[in-house]
Ligand binder design. Structure first.
Ligand code: IPD
Ligand code: CA
Ligand code: CA
Ligand code: CA
Length: 261
């Protein structure tokens, strides 16, 4: 595809994401079905499924040769990264969506042969749209995000889930050495926050491709770094450990989480 057509695709992806946000806000006014998947932390609602369906229908109609890798079912059909793949989390932060009715996002990454071309993370209730087209920088509601500047761990705000700290005591290092720890419950938004400098790093023990695909494109456009705990490239085909960080502290984080004893 030419640069011109990527720009077109970018504006279509933004339009569809906004449409999904409007749909979600509307559905929240009434009751909707909620069920749990693997465990009590893992919820899915009719709204998650509807949003995935919305993208599925639109893609079939407008770009039948593009594939959809969505959390709520369509990912099962995708086993390689060839061609154009829309990696979608219809609602990232479903527990927040159900319990808090805020702080959740639609997360979308459009990848070409495994390379992130478009990244979108839409905070539906705050109407904050983080987005990027590869090579053109990242924006939030149209305002350009600055490249990430120098930061030291003792002045860094790091986001991670309390459960991971209990599971992996090495993470206590960051509790002691950073300026503060936060935990928001939406991986996609937390990566977007690292890209916008509101956080300096986000660390997770296990994330899926749809949690990270949108955010990673934003992050690389501002000079941030995303890898797994070993410092290796992310695969986008399976769950992995995850670090999104300001480039000045990424290496130090790896030193403290990378172990294979
Ligand atoms: C979850 C959220 C959460 C993270 C979990 C994810 P979901 O996504 O991003 O913050 O800790 O690992 O699975 O299930 O709400 O889309
Ligand atoms: Ca889920
Ligand atoms: Ca998710
Ligand atoms: Ca989800």
């Amino acid at each position: 595809m030419s640069q011109q057509s990527w720009e077109e695709l970018y504006s279509i992806a933004l339009e569809w994401t906004k449409e999904a946000g409007t749909y979600i806000r509307e559905k929240m006014k009434n009751t909707y079905g909620v069920s749990s998947k693997a465990n009590q932390n893992d919820l899915v609602t009719d709204v998650d499924r509807d949003v995935e369906e919305l993208f599925k229908k639109k893609l079939k109609e407008c770009f039948p040769d593009h594939r959809l890798m969505g959390e709520e079912g369509s990912a099962e059909l995708v086993n390689d990264l060839k061609g154009v793949i829309w990696i979608l989390d219809p609602i990232d932060g479903t527990v927040n969506f159900v319990h808090q009715e805020t702080f959740f996002a639609v997360s979308l990454g459009v990848y070409l042969n495994g390379v992130g071309m478009i990244g979108i993370v839409y905070d539906v209730m705050n109407d904050e749209m983080f987005s990027a087209l590869k090579g053109q920088g990242a924006v939030v509601n149209g305002t350009k995000l600055a490249r990430l500047g120098e930061v030291h761990l003792n002045e860094a705000i790091i986001s991670m889930n309390a459960g991971w700290i209990l599971k992996d005591r090495r993470l206590e290092y960051f509790v002691n050495e950073s300026r503060g720890i936060r935990s928001y419950g939406s991986a996609a938004l937390e990566i977007a926050y690292v890209a916008s400098g509101r956080l300096d790093a986000y660390i997770s023990f296990a994330l899926s491709p749809w949690d990270i695909a949108g955010g990673v494109v934003l992050l690389s456009e501002v000079g941030g770094i995303a890898t797994n705990y070993e410092g290796n490239e992310l695969s986008y085909l399976e769950k992995d450990t995850f670090i999104a960080a300001n480039p000045f502290i990424h290496e130090e984080i790896i030193r403290h989480v990378h172990h294979k004893s």
